[in-house]
Design a protein around this ligand. Structure first.
Ligand code: NDP
Length: 239
């Protein structure tokens, strides 16, 4: 039997790209979204539609989902993975950076969910998987705004899970610890970046995007009547 359609936002690098590869290996058709569409296409995955979509653009997400569903059938799994981390102190950081994080990490998750939730509820099935962070469970230096966005993802996910439980729709949160990706590169403070790299070295290295992709597959592949609500996954030596 053919596998159902999976949507992954922020699949052009890091965790999203690894999840795209993992779900494709399992035979799922994919809709991959990000701004760098060339990076999506360079994954060269079969049965995959790549669309240049900014997750802050609700209409663009909805249009891409409609196009993919016409080709591959209903979305069974929507992974809200796109995110950005711009670390800084609230006294010194450019406020536009807080705005961008809330737009992408919080509004982006709401926008993605909104694109598929009505159909999942009507069909009485489907899964929303939100990639949050361990920074959505505890705080770290220079993370105030980023932690704010990720604590919000946990709260929104738990609230949504309760709302749609009766409709047989699962809501899963994966909260990774530090993972080796491009995420830190967008922070503008060289001092913060150097401290972060030092912290990673101290713990003897961090986990890989493939580790998170494997975790996502594990959670999704449980039977529909079993919802893994939350997984926090980090390097053993991460505090
Ligand atoms: P990357 O920077 O490697 O990937 C981020 C992805 O998000 C890219 O594909 C990027 O694509 C996409 N993205 C960013 N802004 C937008 C936007 N406005 N619209 C659409 N896509 C966007 O980092 P990671 O792979 O690490 O990050 C993935 C998720 O994992 C994020 O939510 C992050 O917060 C979370 N996370 C990461 C951890 C880590 O240590 N790496 C730890 C815990 C959580 P493009 O630029 O092409 O649009």
């Amino acid at each position: 039997m053919s596998k159902p359609l999976v949507v992954i936002t922020g699949a052009s690098s890091g965790i999203g790209a690894a999840m795209a590869q993992a779900f494709s290996n399992e035979g799922h058709p994919l809709l991959l979204l990000a701004r760098r569409v060339d990076r999506l296409e360079s994954l060269s995955l079969p049965n995959t539609l790549c669309r240049q979509v900014d997750v802050t653009d609700r209409d663009a997400i909805a249009a891409a989902v409609a196009e993919a569903e016409a080709k591959y059938g209903n979305v069974d799994l929507f992974i809200n993975n796109a995110g950005c981390m711009l670390l800084g102190g609230l006294d010194t950081q450019d406020p536009n950076e807080w705005q961008r994080m809330f737009d992408v990490n919080v509004m982006g998750v709401l926008n993605g969910t909104h694109a598929v939730l009505p159909a999942m509820k009507a069909r009485k099935g489907g899964t929303i998987l939100n990639v949050s962070s361990i920074a959505g469970r505890k705080t770290f230096p220079a993370h105030a705004a980023y932690c704010g966005t990720k604590f919000a993802v946990h709260a929104m996910s738990e609230n949504l899970r309760e709302e749609v439980a009766d409709d047989n729709v699962r809501v899963i949160v994966i909260a990774p610890g530090a993972v080796e990706t491009e995420l830190l590169s967008h922070t503008t403070s060289d001092e913060i970046k150097a401290n972060y790299e030092g912290w990673k070295e101290q713990m003897g290295g961090v986990i890989s995007p493939d580790d998170i992709a494997r975790t996502a597959l594990f959670a999704y592949q449980q039977p529909q009547n079993l919802c893994i609500r939350e997984i926090v996954v980090a390097a053993t030596r991460q505090q």
